[in-house]
Design a binder for this molecule. Structure first.
Ligand code: 4NP
Length: 161
């Protein structure tokens, strides 16, 4: 097997979009036969929620889709992430701008928007649901699960569910 593909999914607070994406991708990977190992983690550009579980609405949305993310804890993007990961995959353009602005010299990781990187047609950004309603969290789930499905399909993984 080749080297694992190391993906870090990034949003602002690491309590809504990126933990949901991490959970969706972990679930899709678990339900597939990998030909290449994919390691996934998530982080926020901001540090307000470090150490906290995901937002209760995020946990509930993932749970409605059969995915338990109650064990995830928020963390902030750090300089080592730019060498520990192959790709820093951002929820929206503000996140991407902040990730590029904080890149240390000699950073290896490449940064991109998650949805177009995954090959999801249509939306290129995942809207921040933090001040929104349940429907906004549901919309985030559909976008991140589309990304997770596309990543699994694109990287030579065969779904078994
Ligand atoms: P996320 O959503 O970036 O998808 O985790 C947010 C969570 C918290 C805040 C903003 C966005 N906040 O300002 O605390």
């Amino acid at each position: 097997m080749t080297e694992p593909l190391r993906l870090l999914i990034i949003c602002l607070g690491n309590i809504c979009r990126s933990p949901m994406a991490e959970g969706a991708l972990r679930a899709r990977l678990q339900a597939s036969r990998p030909t290449r190992k994919i390691l996934v983690d998530s982080a926020g550009t901001g540090g307000w929620h470090v150490g906290e579980p995901a937002d209760l609405r995020t946990i509930a949305t993932a749970a409605r889709h059969g995915v338990d993310i109650s064990d995830l804890r928020a963390r902030q993007l750090c300089p080592a992430d730019y060498t520990r990961f192959d790709w820093l995959l951002c929820a929206d353009r503000n996140n991407l701008r902040d990730v590029l602005a904080a890149a240390p010299a000699g950073a290896d990781a490449r940064a991109h928007l998650l949805l177009p990187w995954a090959g999801v047609a249509g939306d290129s950004e995942i809207p921040d649901p933090y001040t929104g309603a349940v429907a906004d969290f549901e919309r985030v789930w559909h976008l991140v699960d589309a990304a997770a499905t596309a990543i699994v399909a694109r990287h030579g993984l065969v779904g078994v569910d």
